[in-house]
Design a protein around this ligand. Structure first.
Ligand code: NAD
Ligand code: ZN
Length: 232
């Protein structure tokens, strides 16, 4: 394989950096219902609760460091002779912290968005429903993250990348959240090889030709080593 690689990453990639996935028992995501903290309706009902939830996520993400898997993907992107497009569902900034360039299909904790005028700016560490938008001055600020029921960002570009990919790899994602869960089918349709890297098999493992099972911090660097010549 020497061609273009498209990589989709999910919460499992950041699990070993101390950021919980949806499925972690006792994890932060299980202390609130997704309907309350990750939907436009939940935000309309109780914006203070939702801001509080994302403020806590933002603090936690700011303290976290990229792990060996984030570093290996950044190295692959820098050294591979063909394009390596990394699309992430993660809203933490750990890919960038490792030096990679990524497409944030679910937005970023570090971003703020005005739901009246669509202005975007850097989120302060603490956001509140009373904060005025810097552009229109309305108290209409929200985290720039994509909630359930909203359309992910950059879909047109992502679909175009999938359609001319030679290898599609999904890492640490459960395959339960669409449209990302459908990317493997689109890539396969376009003739790409497909590889799933996860701690365990997922609901959509059957859609992938190849699998590497284990913790991302071990499996991803080993996979990257298999593609790139060793240093020195
Ligand atoms: P998910 O929680 O549904 O699934 C996580 C997957 O990672 C599971 O399949 C699990 O088996 C696997 N996994 C867990 N630990 C792993 C490890 N150490 N190595 C390899 N794989 C591991 O997450 P998802 O599929 O990304 O769900 C998408 C939604 O989760 C997105 O909307 C995203 O915004 C949100 N989310 C993001 C973060 C973050 O930014 N770090 C954290 C939690 C949830
Ligand atoms: Zn505004």
């Amino acid at each position: 394989m020497t061609g273009k690689i498209v990589i989709l990453t999910g919460a499992g990639l950041s699990a070993e950096s101390g950021l919980g996935t949806f499925r972690d028992k006792d994890g932060i995501w299980t202390q609130h219902s997704l309907e309350d903290v990750a939907t436009p309706e939940g935000f309309a009902r109780d914006p203070a609760l939702v801001h509080g939830f994302y403020n806590a996520r933002r603090v936690q993400a700011a303290k976290a460091s990229p792990n060996a898997a984030h570093h290996a993907l950044a190295r692959l992107q820098q050294e591979w002779k063909a394009p390596v497009v990394i699309v992430t569902q993660n809203v933490d900034g750990l890919h960038e912290a490792a030096g990679a360039e990524v497409v944030h299909m679910h937005g970023r904790l570090a971003g703020a968005l005005c739901h009246r005028c669509a202005h975007r700016w850097d989120a302060p560490p603490e956001m509140s429903p009373d904060d005025p938008c810097p552009a229109c001055r309305q108290p209409a600020t929200r985290p720039d993250v994509v909630w359930f029921g909203e359309v992910p960002y950059h879909m047109e570009a992502i679909v175009a990348h999938l359609s001319d990919s030679d290898l599609f790899v999904a890492i640490g994602t459960s395959g339960q959240v669409y449209p990302a869960a459908g990317f493997v089918a689109e890539a396969a349709q376009a003739g790409a090889e497909t590889l799933e890297i996860n701690l365990e098999r997922t609901d959509i493992s059957g859609a992938f030709e190849a699998h590497r099972l284990g913790p991302a911090s071990e499996v991803v660097p080993a996979w990257v080593e298999s593609l790139l010549p060793r240093d020195g």
